[in-house]
Every structure is written in structure tokens, then in C-alpha cells.
Design a protein around this ligand. Structure first.
Ligand SMILES: CC(C)(COP(=O)(O)OP(=O)(O)OC[C@H]1O[C@@H](n2cnc3c(N)ncnc32)[C@H](O)[C@@H]1OP(=O)(O)O)[C@@H](O)C(=O)NCCC(=O)NCCS
Length: 166
């Protein structure tokens, strides 16, 4: 466990949060073995996300004035979606993600939302384990697609007796 303070996002956190967003993109590039994901400046997506959800829906985990993690909420009427949750690579597995998600679970309950959703990509097994451990145990939508590009996919999982790629 690392002692972190979880607090509301401040404008002065921006550069460090952009760096965390880059790490999120790098993680997706790694799991999909696809270096073009996120384009040349993936950190710019942080600013777009901030504009979309507003600073009131962003929290950071801070240790000795360093931002080690970030969590956001996309709010739609009476439900919310956790997006993103990111912990800096060298600080993963120390309980920071759990504290960030616990914060947004508390906020979602306080604000009276009916549902709290999260939509990890199917390839992100680590995140699916993580969210399961935090109590996300009900499946909502399942997105299926056809890929006409010829990319290769991993085999599994099985749902309702059908084998899917992911
Ligand atoms: C997913 C992520 C936010 C988890 O944060 P973290 O600080 O590493 O997680 P924690 O140390 O708080 O772990 C909390 C729990 O999840 C489990 N967990 C964390 N990473 C795991 C992994 N890779 N595989 C299996 N379980 C994992 C821990 O065992 C722990 O379980 P417990 O509560 O029963 O003790 C972090 O690994 C991350 O930033 N990953 C890259 C970005 C990403 O994928 N974000 C989610 C996109 S939707």
C-alpha cells in the first residue's frame, strides 16, 4: 500500500494527468500490439476528456505532490461511467487504483445514481480482474464486431456456449 491523498483535480495537475493518459495509451498499444493507437499526441485526449466531463468529475491520487493516478466519471442522467482510471506504471499493484475507484463508488452513491458502469476493452484482462475485485460483477452491454482489416485476434472467452475472439 502507498499512502496517497485522493482529491479533486486542479488545473495545476494538467501536465501530470496528460502524462498518465499517455501511459494509458501505451498500455493499450501493448495489449493490442498496435503502436498507432492514440495517434502521435495521445495526451491531447486528456484535455478533450476534461472538456467533456468537467473538473468536478475528475480526481487524482497524490503522493508527495506527485500525481500517481487519475479517475474520472462520465455522467449521463441517473447513471455514470468510470472513465478513465489510470495508475502510473511503477505504482500499480499498491492499492492506488482501489482507492481511486472507491472514491467514485462513494460519489456515485452520494449523487444517487442508479448505475455505475465501466467499459474496459475485452483485451484488458488485468482491468477486468481489477474491476471484478472492486465489485463490478454484472454484465451490461456486450459489443460484438466484424474486423475487415485482417488483424489477428486471440481466442476466447466463451459466452453462453459461443467462443469469441478478443
Ligand atoms: C487497472 C489499474 C487502474 C489498477 O490499479 P492498481 O493500483 O494497479 O490496482 P490495485 O493495486 O489497487 O489493485 C486492486 C485490486 O485489483 C487487483 N489487480 C490489480 N491489477 C491486477 C492485475 N493486473 N491482474 C489481476 N488483478 C489485479 C489486485 O490484486 C487488487 O485486488 P484486491 O482488491 O483483492 O487486493 C492499473 O493497473 C492501471 O492503471 N492499468 C493501466 C490502465 C488501465 O488499464 N485502466 C483501466 C482502463 S478501463
Amino acid at each position: 500500500m502507498v499512502e496517497v491523498e485522493i482529491r479533486q483535480y486542479l488545473q495545476s495537475d494538467r501536465e501530470q494527468c496528460r502524462g498518465l493518459w499517455r501511459e494509458l495509451t501505451e498500455w493499450h498499444r501493448e495489449i493490442y500490439q498496435e503502436p498507432t493507437i492514440g495517434g502521435e499526441n495521445p495526451e491531447d485526449a486528456f484535455d478533450e476528456h476534461l472538456t467533456k466531463i468537467g473538473p468536478d468529475n475528475l480526481w487524482v491520487a497524490v503522493h508527495k505532490s506527485k500525481v500517481l493516478g487519475l479517475v474520472g466519471l462520465i455522467v449521463k442522467e441517473n447513471e455514470a461511467e468510470v472513465e478513465p482510471v489510470i495508475v502510473s506504471g511503477s505504482h500499480r499493484g499498491k492499492g492506488i487504483g482501489r482507492q481511486l475507484v472507491a472514491t467514485v463508488i462513494t460519489v456515485a452513491k452520494q449523487r444517487g445514481f442508479r448505475f455505475l458502469n465501466v467499459r474496459p476493452v475485452a483485451r484488458n484482462q488485468a482491468a477486468i480482474h481489477f474491476f471484478y475485485n472492486q465489485g463490478f460483477r454484472t454484465l451490461g452491454h456486450i459489443q460484438l464486431f466484424m474486423d475487415f482489416s485482417g488483424s489477428s485476434w486471440k481466442q476466447g472467452p466463451e459466452i453462453f456456449g459461443h467462443n469469441f475472439n478478443y
